[in-house]
Design a protein around this ligand. Structure first.
Ligand SMILES: Nc1ncnc2c1ncn2[C@@H]1O[C@H](COP(=O)(O)OP(=O)(O)OP(=O)(O)O)[C@@H](O)[C@H]1O
Ligand SMILES: [Mg+2]
Length: 224
C-alpha cells in the first residue's frame, strides 16, 4: 500500500520541485539568449509541470484550472478576483503574445532607464499571471518564476522573494490598484542584494598573496 505523505514530506518535495523548475528555466533561457529568442508561456507551463510532477501531483502539473472555487483572499482580507476558468486559455495566449513581443530583443540594461524598463516588465507580467491564477495551485510560485525568467532573459541575476514576507503581499495588493512602486522596489532591492552577493563571492575567490609571492610579483613587474 502506498505510504500517505505528511504535510512536511509534501513541503520538502515541493521545495525540490521548485528548485528543479527553476533549474530548467535557467537552462532554457541560456539557449534562448544564445539564439536571441523570446520567452514563452509554454516554458512556464513546462516549469509548472516539473514542479508538481516532482512533488507527485501530476493531476495539476502544467494544467490550467477547470473550476473557479474556492475564493482567494488578499493580505487585507478582501477577495482576490481571478480570471473565470473558461477564459484562461484565451487570456493566457494574450499574455504569451505580450511576453514574446517584449522579450524578443531584451538586452542587458546599460542605464537606469533600461533597468527600470526591465523591472517594470517583470513586475507587470508577473502580477498579471498571479491575477489570472491559471493553475489550481502554485500560482504565486509560477508568477515569481516568470518574474525571474524575465530578469534572467535580460542577462540579470535572479532574485529571491520570500513570499511569506508580508511586504511582498502588500506590494501585490498595491499593484492590484495600479501602483507598481512597492513591487518595483522589492525587485530593485533583490537585484542589489544579488549583486552584493556576487561581489562577495568574487572577493572570496581572490586569496591574499603570501609575502614571498607578493615580492616575486613586484620583481616581475619591475623587469617589464
Ligand atoms: N493582492 C494580490 N494580487 C495578486 N496576486 C496575489 C495577491 N495576493 C496574493 N496573490 C498571489 O496568490 C498567490 C497564492 O496563490 P497559490 O496558492 O496558487 O500560489 P502558491 O504558489 O501555491 O502560493 P505561495 O506563493 O504561497 O507558494 C500568492 O503567492 C500571490 O502571488
Ligand atoms: Mg498554494
Amino acid at each position: 500500500m502506498a505510504k500517505v505523505q505528511s504535510k512536511k514530506d509534501i513541503d520538502i518535495l515541493e521545495q525540490r520541485g521548485l528548485w528543479e523548475a527553476s533549474s530548467f528555466l535557467h537552462r532554457r533561457i541560456k539557449k534562448l539568449i544564445g539564439k536571441k529568442q523570446s520567452l514563452r508561456i509554454g516554458d512556464l507551463k513546462t516549469a509548472h509541470k516539473i514542479m508538481f510532477d516532482v512533488s507527485g501531483q501530476a493531476d495539476i502539473a502544467g494544467k490550467y484550472r477547470r473550476h473557479n472555487g474556492p475564493e482567494l483572499r488578499r493580505i487585507d482580507g478582501t477577495p482576490l478576483p481571478i480570471t473565470d476558468w473558461r477564459q484562461i486559455p484565451a487570456v493566457m495566449s494574450e499574455l504569451d503574445f505580450v511576453l514574446r513581443e517584449e522579450t524578443r530583443n531584451l538586452k542587458l540594461p546599460k542605464n537606469e532607464r533600461d533597468y527600470r524598463k526591465v523591472i517594470f516588465l517583470a513586475v507587470r507580467l508577473s502580477h498579471r499571471l498571479a491575477c489570472i491564477h491559471p493553475f489550481v495551485n502554485g500560482n504565486g510560485r509560477a508568477s515569481r518564476l516568470l518574474l525571474n525568467a524575465i530578469l534572467i532573459r535580460a542577462g540579470l541575476p535572479e532574485i529571491s522573494i520570500k513570499k511569506s514576507k508580508p511586504a511582498y503581499l502588500k506590494a501585490m495588493r498595491q499593484t492590484d490598484d495600479g501602483n507598481f512602486d512597492l513591487l518595483e522596489n522589492i525587485v530593485t532591492d533583490g537585484l542589489l542584494e544579488a549583486k552584493k552577493k556576487h561581489i562577495e563571492i568574487i572577493a572570496r575567490k581572490k586569496p591574499e598573496l603570501s609575502k614571498s609571492r607578493k615580492k616575486k610579483k613586484k620583481r616581475r613587474l619591475h623587469r617589464r
